[in-house]
Write a protein that binds this ligand. Structure first.
Ligand code: MN
Length: 285
């Protein structure tokens, strides 16, 4: 057994969105442009009722997936596939923009709280111009595994024989929300065929003897097992892994393609009202 160690620590970069709410961005910053297949990780949140996030009115995406996980509060959304709703606390939304989606995302507080994550997952060249797709599940639908003081919510992929609700065939994403009680630890067989990161958002933890603190993303090195122990006040973190694509990444704002020509096409399509080519049905509950 070869325990995976920390390869790189990336302190999140504070980005101000809307009227003062801080977004902590870790992937998609100068310190970590991307972690194939992941293009961006934003941790947004506020516990100040006077702060709010202005939200993101209609905007386009092409070439990748937006994977949103609400911890507190909720997010009103609508998109060009015809999906319209309100993602509640604990719920997860997987939106494959692929050839093109225009959507709005408007996070809202509940009892003064609003927290969540948005992860951008790249698509392989063969999928970038495919039809959009959508999966959304409420908190009640997400399976939990309780083991040795750990409570693991399986959003995507598989943990301890339990399969998550989101199916991500292109890059085989594993997405776990792990809460560790004081004194608890967590281990998972996970080899380095998939790029893996851990992001602590409550308390602190230790991985192979090294500290994991809040708002710092840890990229894991090679090995076949991940072992994480709770810090003095317990810990809550997301652990995410995905199979790298190994393809060129050319990004221009909300468009992520393989070449400049494809980006120019996306910009022209959006300008000419041709970005949205197909609508797709919603799955999930
Ligand atoms: Mn968006």
């Amino acid at each position: 057994m070869n325990t995976r160690r920390i390869r790189q620590l990336v302190p999140a970069f504070e980005v101000t969105e809307g009227a003062g709410v801080t977004v902590h961005r870790s992937i998609g910053t100068p310190a970590l442009r991307n972690l194939d297949p992941f293009l961006m990780l934003d941790h947004f949140g506020s516990d100040d009722p006077d702060e709010y996030i202005a939200g993101f009115p209609d905007h386009p995406h092409r070439g990748f997936i937006t994977f949103t996980y609400m911890l507190d509060g909720h997010m009103e959304h609508r998109d060009s596939m015809g999906n319209r709703g309100d993602l509640r606390a604990g719920g997860v939304q997987w939106m494959k923009a692929a050839s093109g989606v225009i959507h709005s995302e408007m996070p809202q507080q509940t009892d003064g709280l609003m927290r969540g994550f948005q992860l951008w997952v790249n698509l392989p060249a063969s999928e970038k111009m495919s039809d959009p797709a959508y999966q959304e599940f409420s908190a009640a639908a997400i399976p939990e595994v309780i083991r040795n003081g750990a409570r693991v919510r399986v959003l995507a992929g598989e943990f301890g024989g339990t399969r998550g609700v989101i199916d991500d065939p292109a890059t085989d994403v594993l997405y776990l929300d792990v809460a560790l009680a004081v004194g608890a630890d967590f281990s998972l067989p996970l080899d380095d065929a998939r790029n893996t990161f851990v992001y602590v958002f409550e308390g602190s933890a230790r991985l192979a003897g090294e500290a994991l603190t809040q708002h710092t993303l840890a990229v894991l090195g090679s090995g076949d097992t991940v072992e994480i122990a709770a810090g003095e006040a317990g810990a809550r973190f997301i652990l995410v892994a995905g199979r790298p694509l190994g393809e060129p990444v050319v990004q221009y704002g909300p468009f992520v393609m393989n070449s400049r020509e494809e980006i120019e096409q996306a910009v022209a399509d959006y300008r000419d009202g041709r970005l949205v080519r197909t609508r797709a049905a919603m799955t999930g509950h």
